[in-house]
Write a protein that binds this ligand. Structure first.
Ligand code: F6R
Length: 369
């Protein structure tokens, strides 16, 4: 059932082209208009939304953080992303024009379920992005958008994460269509870029050997840092979480802009630092800022491990190791840049002899608060 792979986690990483393709399937009509029939919230109500609050935990919350950049850019609706357990125990401000978007692979995470129930009591509309048909959170929500990643067996989430990002992007485009924030041609272009993602992920998977070699050579690392900006920031957080969870290595993700506000003090000779670099074809300042961050940590002795876009010639001189991902618009980059970090964690944990599918102290679905 592992399809010839040594672990479910590795199989699920390699399932990702299909997870994204299946989540995109059947969401638009022949004219390229998004349909999302399964949503069950009247379009008039969605058009009136003044704020979106994303509620989730762990990896699913990082999918929400990625979604914030895209939805705010496409729909001009403010998006807050909050950990379900933090939301639940303060006095959050939500009302009938707030759309709660919960994200959960299992649909059974108690923290998220309680937060959704609470928001519903306050009168908010609730939409569940979920990978498990008929599970509790979608059943209790006003609307549901299923990710079609297929069952995820390994405790550490991989394919569900990419499917969640894909689903939030469909939601963002649907809202932009409904509210007239984007022209239909713009929506079609973004959908066409999304449709190219599965083949680009496959290209990364085909070159996984480069990442695995690096991972095996780093099996003795005591700490690994991850830096990113913009959508690369949640990717960095996710890269760090994967490493903690399955390889039991201390890992931290930072917004690259925060470096000089503290974390740069951690850098000493030989400290491995992954840096997720945005496209040089995107907003110019963003790319050059991240390249300066690579130089800053390298000048202090860091071993810089860089994820950059094909054709980015600016990073080579400052990197110990570079992995190139195919070109894609900046907002879609997390769907590619996350994959090498997943492979890295999986291979490093395997090299240390750990059971990557069943990491210590963790359960696949956390049904207690
Ligand atoms: C990380 C991981 C967890 C889950 C979190 C939420 O690899 O698997 O952080 O993402 O427990 O779970 P769901 O999405 O089922 O609500």
């Amino acid at each position: 059932e592992k399809g010839g792979f040594p672990s479910f986690m590795e199989k699920e990483i390699f399932d990702q082209p299909a997870a994204v393709a299946d989540t995109l399937l059947g969401r638009a009509d022949a004219e390229g208009r998004l349909t999302l029939d399964e949503l069950r919230i009247e379009p008039e109500k969605l058009a009136k939304i003044t704020k979106i609050v994303v509620l989730a935990c762990g990896t699913s919350a990082y999918a929400g953080s990625v979604a914030k950049y895209a939805i705010e850019s496409w729909c001009r609706i403010p998006v807050e992303v909050e950990l379900s357990h933090e939301f639940r125990y303060r006095e959050p401000i939500v009302d009938k024009n707030t759309l709660i978007v919960s994200i959960s692979q299992s649909g059974e995470t108690m923290d998220t379920l309680m937060a959704v129930r609470y928001a519903k009591e306050q009168g908010a509309k609730t939409l569940s992005i979920c990978n498990t048909n008929g599970s509790t959170i979608p059943r209790e929500s006003d609307a549901v958008l299923y990710t079609h990643a297929g069952p995820e067996i390994a405790v550490a989430s991989t394919k569900a994460f990419l499917a969640q990002i894909t689903a939030t992007y469909l939601l963002g485009l649907y809202l932009a269509q409904l509210r007239g924030n984007l022209f239909s041609g713009q929506i079609k272009d973004i959908l066409a870029d999304l449709a190219k993602i599965p083949a680009k992920i496959q290209d990364i998977l085909d070159r996984s050997g480069e990442i695995k070699d690096l991972a095996r050579s780093m099996a003795e690392s005591k700490s690994v840092l991850f830096l990113g900006r913009h959508v690369g920031y949640p990717v960095a957080m996710e890269g760090a979480l994967k490493l903690k969870e399955i390889a039991y290595i201390h890992a931290e993700g930072f917004a690259a802009g925060e470096l000089k506000h503290g974390p740069i003090a951690l850098i000493e000779e030989g400290q491995p630092v992954f840096v997720v670099v945005p496209s040089p074809r995107g907003r110019d300042s963003l790319h050059s800022k991240v390249v300066s961050n690579i130089q800053e940590v390298r000048a202090r002795g860091a071993k810089t491990l860089v994820i950059a876009e094909n054709g980015d010639s600016a990073v080579k001189d400052y990197s110990e190791w570079v992995f190139y991902v195919p070109e894609t618009p900046t907002l879609l980059m997390p769907l590619l840049a996350t994959v090498p970090l997943q492979i890295f964690a999986c291979e490093l944990a395997t090299a240390k002899g750990y059971d990557v599918d069943q990491p210590r102290n963790l359960a696949k679905s956390v049904t207690v608060e």
